[in-house]
Ligand binder design. Sequence first.
Ligand code: SF4
Length: 59
Amino acid sequence: MKVSITDECTGCGVCETIAPDVFVVEDEKATVNADEIAGNEDEIKEAAEECPDEAIKIE
Ligand code: SF4
């Protein structure tokens, strides 16, 4: 699984609340900790569904 954040991100923090090991919000933009993707797939999918700006892309 590859996870990225698009420019649509507004830094709302929803993804960080759902999957805090994977998503970190700094300077009003989320970043992905790629080392934590494995084992957190379900939370990542939930975060992508809940992101209000549809800014989380999963490949
Ligand atoms: S939930 Fe979406 S808009 Fe909010 S911080 Fe995460 S990626 Fe950005």
